[in-house]
Design a protein around this ligand. Sequence first.
Ligand code: PLP
Length: 351
Amino acid sequence: MKFNDILGTIGNTPVVRINKLAPAHVKLYVKVESFNPLGSVKDRLALGVIEAAEKSGALKPGQTVVEATSGNTGIGLAMVCAAKGYPLVLTMAESFSVERRKLMRFLGAKVVLTPAAERANGMVRKAEELALQNGWFQTRQFENDANPDMHSRTTALEIIKDFSDEPLNYWVTGFGTGGTLTGVGRVLRKQSPDTKIIVAEPEGAPMLTSGERQERRADHAATGSHPAWKPHPYQGWSPDFIPWVTNHAITEKLIDEVITTTGPEGMKCSMDLAQKEGIFVGISAGGTFAAALKVAQRAAEGSTILVMLPDTGERYLSTPLFADVPADMSPEEEAISLSTPGQHLPPKAAA
Ligand SMILES: Cc1ncc(COP(=O)(O)O)c(C=O)c1O
């Protein structure tokens, strides 16, 4: 398969059947967004917002791009800007994992850290200040229509095509900006109206569940975090406000149900996906999958469910997801290392 540049490899991610973790009465599938070149669904957004700005003339050749990001968007944008030749500055709360910052810098971006206490609101404010001061182009992932539009043109059509041979009863997603939710939701409502759209959010930050609206856009700044938001372990999931792009999904009635999941539930699912299905994804993917298992338990016999898995587990090595994974040998591994041939090893390896 030949491509003119790396950007041509974005999208067309696989839908994979879950065999061991799914209850027997349903067909459970996952859409594995870690197959994007930089390992997350945000590669789509990055290409979508840059191409739209090039087309409209809002982004000039060689102009610096600036964005607030908890990681995956920054990494995707760093790839797109590297391939297209735009300088990139990313603002990011210092609470996000160190490997994310390093990845962005490795890809040639500058990373400006903002205080952890100021949360997502703080990094968005910093990006706005820098854009204003320097005349930089701001991609505004949380409110840019090019974000959901890209998902309507790519993610949604891939799903429609992959389920052309069987009905899709449930589609389950989380939200970061809400680009996936709004973009795919719009197309499903029109082209697959019987598909129920389920949104997963952290139990500790139930903003949609609370029903309390506090949407945010740059010229409409909210002060402080949404009242229902509390810190949660799901990086990249549910920022501390309801983004403007997510707000479209609420006003356009694209959401049929919201399900909350706890951090431990999400981490267990992430590990189960790795160890029982060989599917290696991040914490929020585990959280979304945990919500889908709740849907599956009560779904009718023969129901088909598709779950979005937004990113790779490799982005979480320094987070609680890996906290219990030891670096040193366990007693069992020590025993294996000390075993003499035929003593502890399985017969085939010992022979
Ligand atoms: C790590 C991560 N990336 C991306 C997304 C989806 O992003 P968006 O809502 O911006 O399309 C999510 C949402 O669940 C997420 O958890």
